[in-house]
Design a protein around this ligand. Sequence first.
Ligand SMILES: N=c1c2ncn([C@@H]3O[C@H](COP(=O)(O)OP(=O)(O)OP(=O)(O)O)[C@@H](O)[C@H]3O)c2ncn1[C@@H]1O[C@H](COP(=O)(O)O)[C@@H](O)[C@H]1O
Length: 120
Amino acid sequence: MSTTLQRIAAVIESRKPANGGDPAQSYVARLFSKGDDAILKKIGEEATETVMAAKDARVDGDTSKVLYECADLWFHTLILLAQFDLTPQQVLDELARREGLSGLEEKANRKLIEREKNGD
Ligand SMILES: N=c1c2ncn([C@@H]3O[C@H](COP(=O)(O)OP(=O)(O)OP(=O)(O)O)[C@@H](O)[C@H]3O)c2ncn1[C@@H]1O[C@H](COP(=O)(O)O)[C@@H](O)[C@H]1O
């Protein structure tokens, strides 16, 4: 795994209430203390800000905001993963599993399985 992701995931883990994370001292601990809805709200906000940054970049050519917002989005998804005791390595494993499988092929296979399940 990328060592940066690994390091950040370890810090996030250390901010959980069970590991002594202090909401007064830590942004991540504060989000954990607020629970699922606060984390999901941040992800919704960061996803929207990413979309807006990309739209703006097409107008003003400033792609730095796209990077900045993607970093915010990735960071908050790392918190979501930790909230469910999942790890970034598991996401990377899932991406690796999909490597080489065309998205169109995957979708066609999925539709076929759904049709068989429904007896169509
Ligand atoms: N990578 C980040 C990181 N990226 C973004 N953020 C915070 O995420 C928030 C993003 O929210 P917004 O952009 O909407 O800004 P805001 O208006 O301050 O947000 P809210 O008031 O809605 O919370 C900001 O407060 C940022 O500071 C981060 N906070 C922490 N980290 C990493 O997490 C580690 C642990 O952080 P603490 O738990 O705070 O010690 C840090 O050392 C960093 O490595």
